[in-house]
Design a protein around this ligand. Structure first.
Ligand code: DGJ
Length: 745
């Protein structure tokens, strides 16, 4: 093809795509009111949920080709059948310019493939074509097959009709007579409507600085978000949002998604040479290589994604709603999180019975509902050099076992939680001395320590059995309501020498599957027990772990000011209910920053409230302030944890101020938290214009803490609070205020 012809071809593609987006083709009956349906005439699949339609079809080559993803279409709106794109040049063939729902690497594909396979004869060509499909309620399953080999891929689509969030995953099945190696397996590839002005939002971080929100223009090439660490990791979180044009917090198109996987993962955001934007996510192909025997299957994680026309704020609210109703183990109606006291910052590993009882008594006096003993209670644990793996109660620290402490905690009216780090072992432990081969390792190679510990290979059946058995015993022998499940390092030397060389890389999949199955089995046997996922703070937060645990430890950084931006990032993707936030001491150990106890409480009250301060150092005024804040929190926590979150002012980019508002599901209560970093030039605190209220309804304002700038009406309409707004009297450094609105019937 000449270059002149190539330009014509590019124009043709643009004409086709514009036509696709404008939907001006003649009407062909499409929707029938059901969530999923198939138009056999045009070979189009359409999934509808809430305000979203998602359409793809089988093109003339037999590939699955995306057709539309965006605002919900009319029932009778016509959609063109899928047609492959033209060859742009001899360098950009139709096989690469035509977007696919799930592409095999083969046949001239230069963009990111969904699946890459090596066959034992050296063939690495895989071309997947449609074979059949089945619809069951909100679930669509489409079977693809390689054009000549007996490799099948089952694609699963499930639409959540309440939010329009789609869950996509794939199962790869080897029906050939020989083993093959899956080198790369995505859960899904998402294709956006073609547009030149997309912005990508994503979350990065490190220990103590998780959930940092990044935003950048999507340009040609790839932006890779990933973890090669064996767990979801602090460095990137498996979430993305892509906004188009002038999208703002509450307006504009946003496509967003999250991968439900707690092992190594990768999401590739790619703008192709013909300016298609695609997002492909699943297992991280780095060091992957899943040996699939004849008859064997490999399932991928689920990649969830949604769309909204109402900005980043609505994208988060849809995610939150979806997570609470569909992902959380207690879905569809998770209980509100109890207020926790955790002893870690007060005692570190110096735990003993009298010390814990003293803290528990003080915690109960301010209204705490759950007392959690952290690290240090087991084995020969004096510091982080020893003990992990030996899960017996340390007899010097707890001569009466745990029972006496637990009874005292119950006597104070709280339930009891316990810290564990089940997947780890210190070389200085009885377990390691007995089973050095249980740690992840390469034979004959050094084993890199992190915090003086190694990772147990949970992929091994004997390790899985050991971990399950000791946890089951702890929960059976003691009245424990809660486990804080910690995980304090990433993998190194990820070997599994006990199995055949070709099986060893299965560790990336089997480890995480066993982790999930242990959590599920424990929950099934001990249904009352709740679990927190912690990994040195927020190093293992993803929709996979959140479907097996009830909450996560957001960050070891409990500085209430730093937390404002961490929480801002966290809640882009995850519901405030999951976000544990402790009030700790001032000046803060990490930054040396001094803040008032009220500021610390209001920062933490934006999530699931906990207290982690050394209560032995508190003065009567601290106890009084804490008690009153906890009482206030109990009144608004349902709204904070399960309500609709509006980010009124972002704390990012050096902002002087920040504010959030949560509106209860029933619309009867709204609560606002506002923070001032430091006053400059006597600037007034920005007027807060509320959101999400009923403009006609009347709401009464009550200050939880702080003052209004000039007292306004005690009661006014939603229209007043949203359009006139309210001014708070915030002045000085690290100041905070909070108020609630109650709907008057
Ligand atoms: C890391 C956690 O994030 C902390 O909260 C604490 O539990 C320590 N581990 C204990 O070792």
């Amino acid at each position: 093809m000449s270059h002149k012809n190539s330009r014509i071809a590019i124009l043709n593609i643009f004409v086709l795509v514009t036509t696709l987006t404008a939907l001006s083709l003649p009407s062909v009956a499409q929707a029938t009111g059901e969530a999923v349906h198939y138009n056999s005439q045009d070979k189009l699949f359409r999934l509808d949920g809430a305000g979203v339609s998602y359409v793809f079809g089988v093109n003339e080559r037999g590939e699955l080709q995306p057709v539309y993803w965006g605002q919900r279409l009319g029932e009778k709106d016509a959609l063109p059948a899928a047609h492959s794109m033209m060859e742009v040049a001899s360098f950009d063939l139709s096989t690469t310019t035509t977007p696919q729902e799930f592409s095999g690497w083969g046949a001239g594909l230069f963009v990111e493939p969904s699946l890459k396979i090596t066959f034992p004869d050296g063939n690495r060509d895989l071309v997947l074509h449609y074979v059949s499909h089945a619809i069951h309620g909100n679930v669509l399953e489409v079977t693809l097959k390689d054009i000549s080999r007996e490799v099948f891929v089952n694609l699963r689509y499930e639409v959540d009709t309440a939010t329009g969030v789609l869950g996509r995953s794939a199962t790869i099945e080897n029906r050939t007579k020989d083993p093959l190696v899956v080198e790369q397996a995505a859960a899904a590839a998402w294709t956006l409507p073609r547009a030149p002005d997309y912005m990508l939002s994503y979350l990065t971080g490190r220990w103590g600085a998780e959930f940092s929100l990044q935003r950048e223009k999507i340009g040609p090439g790839q932006r890779v978000l990933e973890s090669r660490r064996g767990s979801s990791g602090h460095q990137n979180n498996p979430w993305f949002a892509v906004s188009r044009g002038a999208t703002q917090e509450e307006t504009g198109d946003v496509w967003f998604g999250a991968l439900a996987w707690s092992g190594s993962w990768r999401i590739t955001v790619e703008q192709t040479q013909v300016q298609d934007v695609r997002i492909t996510g699943g297992y991280n192909p780095f060091d992957f290589g899943y040996h699939l025997a004849p008859g064997e299957k490999l399932g991928t994680p689920v990649f969830y994604a949604g769309y909204t026309h109402s900005g980043m704020g609505e994208a988060s609210r849809l995610m939150h709603r979806f997570e609470l109703a569909q992902i959380a183990p207690q879905a569809p109606r998770p209980k509100v999180r109890p207020i926790i006291y955790n002893s870690w910052e007060a005692t570190e590993m110096n735990v003993d019975e009298p010390g814990q009882v003293a803290l528990a008594e003080k915690a109960a006096s301010i209204g705490v509902e759950r007392f959690v003993m952290d690290d240090g209670w087991f084995g020969q644990r004096k510091d982080d050099h020893a003990g992990l793996g030996d899960w017996y109660v340390n007899p010097q620290k707890f001569p009466h076992g745990l029972k006496q402490l637990i009874d005292r905690v119950h006597g104070f009216g709280m339930d009891f939680g316990l810290w564990v780090e089940p997947e780890m072992v210190n070389p200085d432990s009885d377990l390691y001395r007995k089973h050095p081969d249980w740690a992840i390792n390469f034979t004959g190679r050094p084993r890199t320590l992190g915090r003086n510990q190694l990772v147990l290979n949970l992929a091994r059946p004997d390790v899985r059995e050991y971990v399950y058995t000791f946890l089951d015993k702890i929960l059976t022998d003691n009245q424990i309501a809660f486990l804080k499940w910690d995980y304090n390092r990433n993998w190194s030397e990820p070997g599994w020498p006990a199995v055949a060389p070709e099986e060893q890389r299965k560790i990336y999949v089997k480890y995480v599957q066993n982790l999930y199955s242990i959590l599920d089995e424990l929950r099934a046997k001990h249904p009352g027990v709740e679990i927190e996922s912690c990994s040195g703070g927020g190093g293992r937060v993803d929709l996979g772990i959140l479907s097996h645990t009830d909450e996560v430890w957001t960050s070891d950084n409990t500085d209430p000011f730093d937390r404002l931006s961490i929480q801002h990032g966290f809640t882009q993707a995850y519901a405030p209910e999951f976000m544990m936030a402790w009030v700790t001491d001032s000046p803060h150990w990490l930054n040396g920053r001094a803040t008032s106890i009220e500021y610390r409480f209001l920062s933490s009250m934006q999530g699931s409230l906990g207290v982690g301060a050394n209560l032995n150092r508190w003065q009567p005024a601290d106890f009084a302030a804490a008690k009153s804040m906890i009482t206030a929190y109990k009144d608004v926590r349902e709204t904070v944890q399960h309500g609709l979150l509006y980010r009124l002012i972002s704390p990012l980019n050096g902002s002087e101020a920040s504010a959030t508002e949560s509106v209860s599901q029933d619309g009867n209560q709204a609560v606002v938290f506002a923070f001032l970093h430091s006053s400059e030039f006597a600037n007034p605190f920005p007027t807060l214009y509320l959101q999400g209220l009923d403009p006609q309804a009347n709401y009464r304002i009550d200050l939880l803490y702080g003052k209004q700038f000039t007292p306004g009406p005690a009661t006014a309409t939603g229209a007043y609070w949203m359009s006139h707004g309210t001014d708070l009297a915030l002045r000085g450094d690290y100041q905070a205020a909070s108020f609630k609105l109650t709907r008057i019937r």
